[in-house]
Ligand binder design. Sequence first.
Ligand SMILES: Cc1cc2nc3c(=O)[nH]c(=O)nc-3n(C[C@H](O)[C@H](O)[C@H](O)COP(=O)(O)OP(=O)(O)OC[C@H]3O[C@@H](n4cnc5c(N)ncnc54)[C@H](O)[C@@H]3O)c2cc1C
Length: 405
Amino acid sequence: MKIAIIGGSLSGSMAAIILGRAGHEVTVFERSKSGLVGRGGGLTTSKKVLDELKAQDIIDTDFPASPFYDLKMSKRTEEEPYLGVNPLTKAIDMHCVHWGGLWSNLVKRVPDTSYLRGQTLVDAKDTGDGVSLSFENGATVEADVALFCDGYNSMGRRLLFPDNRIEYRGYLVWRGTLPDSAITDHAPLADHPRYSYTTMKGSFVSFVVPSYEGSTKPGQRTINWAAYLPVPEDMLHHYLIDAQGKKRDGTVPSGALRPDLDEELKTLMRSELPDYYADILSKSSGNQLQLIYTNSLDAYGHGRMCLIGDAGMVVQPMTGSGLFKGYSNSRDLAVALAGTTDVVKALEQWSSKQTQVAHTMHDLGNQMEDAFIWNTVDLANTSPADCKTWWQSKISIPDAFSYFA
Ligand SMILES: Cc1cc2nc3c(=O)[nH]c(=O)nc-3n(C[C@H](O)[C@H](O)[C@H](O)COP(=O)(O)OP(=O)(O)OC[C@H]3O[C@@H](n4cnc5c(N)ncnc54)[C@H](O)[C@@H]3O)c2cc1C
């Protein structure tokens, strides 16, 4: 079949590799004229997902990741101002990768002739026996099936489900990176901590990723950090006005954050976080902001148009499920289309399974959000046994995906 893929980021590249290998004629239409580069450096997933991508030759077998085996729930105290206390540790198999390194590794498997840059989709219509796509440059393309891999603000989702809305979750993430060569004490970087704050709701995470070239050596890695901060909707304007005084929508990218706001947040974190991490923040520049959204869908497509990855259901980032969603949507689609004579029916069955799995991710996201943002146990004043009981009451792990071991 002739398959048009809108968006050539992680999901679009994986869909092109998997469906191209299944014998379909795939073309990726990517809006960006240049290559994509990681806005924030790192991406978290599970070892299981990376192993499957390697086994399927979707990424190189030696593609580097920084592994973490424990999630350390921690908090700053007066007695432990440097690294805080850690009464609760959960086993994980989280692997963290360089975003740009991952995308480059994927996209090198997509022939240049099948990956078209500078192509912005402006409209798509299901014609019954195919899909007609219109692009900003005036071009039109006919395809048997269209896959929308166009991210959280998907045009495909808007066309298919015009009433569907992404909803602000009441918090945003302020995040940044720092080369680990900028600090001298590397020992704590072996950990993946999640800190609750001393006086406010929300939490902070940190992890290292290999360099773009793949080095995992101390001194060549990048520290990624993310501070999740509750902000009521009517206060968002304070965060979304950029350095040029322009109101942003959902994201303030690296380089556009107001310096006074960056300083304000660094000062706030100085009293909320242990000194070790507050020092990392104070040295970080080029930080960015993203509002956290989710949505809920009853289907992953209609007729001959499908949603893949973040174009489908957007779930909370702390689930680390972005790569899994794009991969499993594409893998299942190749299986659904194999040898079928009734494409629409095959896509309907595929959609039903994707929707079901996405809802389990969303449920996990809701639980993690409650445990990590809104109702964290007081880690400074609760015994390890009580912390364990609290965790058991908060989080139940779905079979489909999680980075918990
Ligand atoms: C450049 C970039 C950097 C990122 N960096 C990080 C990071 O450092 N850490 C992290 O955790 N997550 C990052 N993300 C988000 C993360 O990659 C995704 O949430 C997740 O992996 C799902 O990927 P996706 O391919 O479904 O969607 P996305 O990665 O959002 O990709 C959507 C793609 O569709 C293209 N597109 C959108 N609309 C159109 C249109 N109308 N016509 C044609 N093309 C269109 C976009 O240009 C983009 O390439 C980044 C995303 C991008 C695009």
